[in-house]
Design a protein around this ligand. Structure first.
Ligand SMILES: [Zn+2]
Ligand SMILES: [Zn+2]
Length: 267
């Protein structure tokens, strides 16, 4: 069976000591097509959603899908994108009392000033609380014309794998120039580009955003720098082409008690 790319094959901090302090731990998700259960971590799988809470929908004006550039009438059901149980991503700090993280998004294209891509929403939950309430059985599915194919992930199980990675676009320019000759030497030696040697440009939690264009780190309303929570990028098994879009990156502010989040995307 073909394996998903398992992340950087070398620890570049060992080979280029100046990089060592920039190393960050990240958990690769390594999605594989499958039939994940509601009680499992997944990409595009069924979600452990409380029966007494309405499934989220998007009523954003002006969102649309190819080929008709008109907004569907009424609201559109969001779709499951990421579900993570703390037991599978022990390196990700969860808020007190929470052990499930869920990301859904509206699978339409949103106007540029808002997103120009899918519109994500984040939920933290307690598995025990949801089980006590009962699990929502029928998650609504968007109808024809209410979704953009590239934002509809197919169900995948995941194999969370912790690795250390180094910055790509987040590498300070001056350091990048200093290291360039040694980076090129390593690229030559291993027959691999720096981004493959050092970075995890794939579905992951923590680490550096997988962006493939200059960084655009969000700041929360109170002025705190946000941390990278997770990256969702097109991978074969996920069945998301995502067009020209490199990926969607979700950020979190842990300094604010309400845990505000934001997203960025490559366009
Ligand atoms: Zn929408
Ligand atoms: Zn904040």
């Amino acid at each position: 069976m073909e394996q998903s790319f398992a992340g950087p094959p070398y620890d570049l901090g060992d080979l280029i000591p100046e990089l060592a302090v920039l190393g960050r731990r990240t958990t690769l998700l390594l999605p594989r097509s499958g039939s994940p259960g509601v009680g499992e971590s997944s990409l595009g799988g069924p979600m452990l959603w409380p029966a007494d809470e309405p499934w989220p929908s998007c009523g954003q004006q002006g969102h649309w899908a190819w080929p008709n550039e008109q907004s569907p009438a009424g609201t559109v059901s969001m779709v499951p994108v990421v579900q993570l149980f703390v037991r599978d991503v022990p390196e990700l700090p969860f808020p007190e009392g929470m052990d499930v993280l869920q990301l859904v998004w509206c699978p339409l294209i949103h106007p540029r000033d808002q997103a120009c891509a899918a519109l994500p929403e984040l939920y933290w939950r307690s598995e025990a609380d949801v089980l006590a309430t009962g699990v929502l059985q029928d998650i609504p599915v968007p109808q024809e014309g209410e979704y953009e194919e590239e934002f509809m992930p197919s169900p995948c199980t995941i194999s969370p794998t912790p690795v250390v990675e180094y910055p790509n676009w987040d590498l300070p320019q001056e350091l990048q120039q200093t290291l360039q000759p040694r980076i090129e030497e390593l690229e030559e030696r291993f027959g691999m580009e720096y981004t493959l040697l050092a970075c995890a440009l794939q579905n992951k939690v923590g680490g550096y955003p997988a962006w493939n264009q200059p960084p655009n780190w969000p700041v929360c309303d109170r002025g705190h720098s946000m941390e990278h929570l997770l990256s969702v990028t097109p991978e074969e098994d996920l069945d998301m082409e995502m067009g020209d879009l490199g990926g969607i990156y979700v950020f979190l502010c842990r300094q604010c008690p309400e845990l505000p989040y934001a997203h960025r995307y490559d366009c």
